[in-house]
Write a protein that binds this ligand. Structure first.
Ligand SMILES: [Zn+2]
Length: 216
């Protein structure tokens, strides 16, 4: 495990996301994650209909909306962005856009540059699902390195069954998505996917990535 001795970050998944076909319509909501520590962060704020759920889940974790320093939407789909306006004390990062109020900060995510918050917390570009997806990398004492990956991973099953992320969730650029999936599988001890519970990255998952890069 790549533990940083100085990390005092903790991570709590507030809601497990899902996606399924039901009577001919897609029912989906995103996984919503809270990171607590020197910088508090909420990642993917569900749909606009989930305001009360989010406020009460934060209260259960002794966090008020105004305690959040960073509010992240991993990409620009409506089921990941519904409640950003609860977090008016926070810097917002939505895809590659970084803003606070009407101030927009230039950050070159498109060149691959991570947005480093501190030694244990950063936002990295992981395009593919859309052309401007980001993921959060946090070092925690409890879980080691966790990558909160949005829809880079739909859910754990898509590691075995790529048709889930390629065709069911949809991918704007499969080649790019696969490259970033592989990088995340190698760096993470745990992954929080966009529409399912957090899962452990097994050695077998890492070995598949290593083998595929050797054969290239
Ligand atoms: Zn999604």
């Amino acid at each position: 495990m790549s533990l940083s001795p100085s990390s005092n970050y903790s991570l709590k998944v507030l809601y497990d996301g899902y996606s399924r076909m039901e009577k001919g319509s897609m029912r989906a909501n995103c996984t919503c994650t809270l990171i607590k520590g020197p910088n508090n962060m909420i990642i993917d704020t569900m749909t606009a209909w989930d305001r009360d759920k989010i406020v009460s889940a934060l209260a259960d974790n002794d966090v008020k909306c105004e305690d959040i320093h960073y509010a992240i939407g991993t990409h620009g789909h409506s089921d990941h962005l519904g409640n950003l306006n609860l977090f008016t004390k926070a810097k917002h990062i939505v895809g590659y856009t970084v803003s606070f109020g009407d101030i927009f900060f230039i950050h070159p995510f498109e060149t691959g540059e991570p947005f480093k918050i501190d030694d244990n917390l950063q936002v990295i570009p992981t395009p593919g699902h859309t052309s401007a997806d980001v993921s959060v990398v946090v070092k925690t004492a409890e879980f080691g390195t966790v990558v909160v990956a949005g829809d880079l991973f739909e859910r754990e099953d898509d590691v075995e069954d790529p048709s889930l992320w390629k065709y069911v969730a949809g991918s704007e650029n499969m080649e790019s998505q696969e490259k970033h999936r592989n990088e995340v599988l190698l760096m993470a001890d745990y992954i929080v996917p966009g529409h399912g519970p957090m899962f452990k990255v097994t050695q077998a998952m890492k070995d598949v990535v290593k083998k595929s890069s050797e054969n290239r």
